[in-house]
Design a protein around this ligand. Structure first.
Ligand code: SF4
Ligand code: SF4
Length: 252
């Protein structure tokens, strides 16, 4: 026991310093787009396996559909698409995830002010797996480990929707789980928020619409925040929850 305590005392702090310092880069992430370099040759759209890119008279990238495969980066001959994004940031509307956007918010300042607010209060989260592959669920689990430590933001997970402020949905919301998703939402007290985690919940991607798979959480529930990624990083999930809390402060 004493040796265990000694070893623990020797350990440095493992908890990430994000959001005060940027999240580390990873090998495969969603592309950074440089419009000045794009010549609309369309090679990226032809290789994208989920139809996230459309190129006609202009370029459009739907970050809600993107699964971070990097194929578009590999074939782009002009360097308009490149690595360099730590993660695609969550947004309040589905259309805000389509790049290029009409207006760009000051995300750093917004996140900092929301984080300051959240640190002063508790947020209870109920997770609902509505047909995911479990990739997103593992990333949600990772938010609670010593590295990401979601509790430092005053956020915690609860076992019942009756105790929750936020419903965190993963998966496309398959046909079999539509009723369960609605009932879970109905069991929550107002004010209640819905956060769609991952490409599946944000857009239905990468699965085609069919007799069993759904088109994403917004087809069933009023989604307040969309978190892109397949799966999203833990930092993106935490940022999405902070964004959701900012919405409670402003509008509800
Ligand atoms: S990184 Fe995203 S946008 Fe690019 S090809 Fe893969 S899925 Fe499509
Ligand atoms: S978004 Fe990707 S990782 Fe998440 S549940 Fe869907 S397929 Fe799995």
């Amino acid at each position: 026991m004493l040796s265990l305590l000694r070893r623990r005392l020797r350990l440095a702090t493992v908890t990430s310093r994000w959001p005060d310092v940027p999240a580390p880069l990873i090998d495969r992430a969603q592309p950074v787009f440089d419009p000045a370099r794009c010549d609309l040759n369309g090679a990226c759209a032809r290789v994208c396996p989920v139809g996230a890119i459309v190129v006609d008279t202009r370029f459009a990238l739907d970050r809600a559909r993107c699964i971070s495969c990097s194929r578009c980066i590999e074939v782009c001959p002009t360097g308009a698409l490149a690595q360099g994004l730590t993660f695609a940031v969550p947004e309040r509307t589905r259309s805000d995830l389509v790049e290029p956007r009409a207006a760009v918010a000051t995300k750093g300042e917004e996140l900092a002010s929301r984080a300051r607010h959240v640190l002063g209060r508790s947020l209870q989260v109920r997770h609902l797996d509505a047909g995911s592959c479990n990739g997103c669920d593992w990333e949600i689990n990772a938010t609670t480990n010593a590295v990401h430590d979601i509790q430092r933001f005053g956020i915690d997970f609860v076992a019942s929707p009756r105790h929750a402020d936020v419903l965190l949905v993963t998966g496309t919301v398959t046909r079999n789980l539509e009723i369960a998703a609605r009932r879970t939402y109905d069991a929550m007290s107002a004010p209640r928020l819905v956060v769609a985690v991952g490409a599946c919940a944000a857009s239905g991607s990468p699965y085609p619409t069919g007799y069993a798979s759904g088109e994403g959480a917004a087809s069933i529930l009023p989604v307040d925040v969309f978190i892109p990624g397949c799966p999203p990083r833990p930092e993106a999930i935490i940022e999405g929850l902070l964004l959701a809390v900012g919405r409670i402060v402003r509008a509800r």
